[in-house]
Write a protein that binds this ligand. Structure first.
Ligand code: 5GP
Ligand code: ZN
Length: 118
């Protein structure tokens, strides 16, 4: 299930270059092209799902898998340990939620402050 017009589906397929952070059967992660923080990468399901608004109980297994990966990916990619360090995990949803790319994704941001934004 991919969308040929979707920038993140193209990144997952390797049709648009990205700086890959992680990949497995369900999940792809890559550095954000316009980082807000010293560490800023995006974690996406390989399935094209537009946003959190489409999630149902049937998504719980891969969603749980993805969420449990995030703390380790954060540390492996330069976020410093809790509690002095830490990171921000955010999923924008819909227009009023500030979502620009309509393929579900988690922002993982961290590193020493100040940040560019956020
Ligand atoms: P949203 O506003 O939808 O939550 O976040 C979309 C994010 O995707 C933005 O932070 C933006 O910089 C990032 N982004 C958009 N297009 C590309 C791209 O082609 N490559 C990469 N690596 N990031 C992108
Ligand atoms: Zn997509």
């Amino acid at each position: 299930m991919t969308d040929s017009n979707c920038v993140f589906c193209k990144i997952i397929a390797g049709q648009i270059p990205s700086r890959k952070v992680f990949e497995d059967e369900h999940v792809f992660a890559f550095h954000d092209i316009a980082p807000w923080a010293p560490v800023h990468f995006l974690v996406v399901p390989k399935l094209h799902i537009p946003s959190m608004a489409q999630i149902t109980a049937a998504d719980a297994p891969w969603l749980g898998h993805l969420l449990t990966l995030l703390p380790q990916l954060a540390i492996d990619n330069g976020c410093r340990p809790y509690p002095e360090g830490g990171y921000r995990i955010a999923t924008n949803t819909g227009k009023e939620g500030g979502q620009e790319v309509q393929h579900l994704h988690w922002h993982v941001m961290g590193g020493p402050r100040p940040w560019v934004r956020g």
